[in-house]
Design a protein around this ligand. Structure first.
Ligand code: ZN
Length: 167
């Protein structure tokens, strides 16, 4: 019996609309005071939610649809960093090795805050900064996010997991 590793890919997606009555939104743990607040039970952090979904796509353990709902409804947790840390616990022997985030938004202006957002993600996922990539698009007026009504995030994560092979 030999122990090998295999590499697998996870994908996650999340969107939130803006509220009309309150300002201040959180994206990748970074606070944007001038943008409207997300319409969500939690802080609506689309990046952390998309990463949770990417983790669920390989573990098959519902985080946003399970653990996070419990924490949000029963304990009043609104900070999505807490949900992401819970998602990480479900990985067990699976290790995250790379993370790419794609954000579609007309507002807030995200590019100039790229480093801070990448640092936040890298710290939580336990990755070096060069293992976290981020790309931005305004969406060319083809969706609600590109009209400035909210933000969409897609996350692709690469994982390493042990594989035992009998030879
Ligand atoms: Zn969400």
């Amino acid at each position: 019996m030999h122990n090998f590793c295999e590499y697998i890919t996870g994908f996650g997606e999340d969107s939130h609309q803006f509220r009309k009555d309150q300002t201040g939104c959180v994206i990748a743990g970074t606070y944007f005071p001038d943008a409207p607040q997300f319409d969500a039970d939690s802080d609506g952090d689309v990046v952390f939610h998309a990463i949770c979904q990417a983790i669920t796509s390989v573990t098959h353990v519902p985080v946003l649809g399970g653990i996070a709902i419990e924490l949000c409804k029963k304990e009043g947790v609104r900070n999505s960093e807490v949900f992401l840390k819970e998602a990480l616990k479900t990985l067990n022997e699976i290790k995250i090795v790379h993370c790419v985030i794609s954000l579609t938004a007309l507002r807030p202006r995200l590019q100039q805050h790229e480093k801070m957002m990448r640092e936040n993600i890298a710290t939580i996922l336990g990755l070096s900064l060069d293992k976290v990539g981020m790309i931005f698009t305004t969406g060319n007026s083809l969706c609600f996010a590109s009209e400035g009504k909210g933000v969409t995030c897609r996350a692709v994560l690469s994982f390493e997991r042990p594989k035992s092979i009998n030879v």
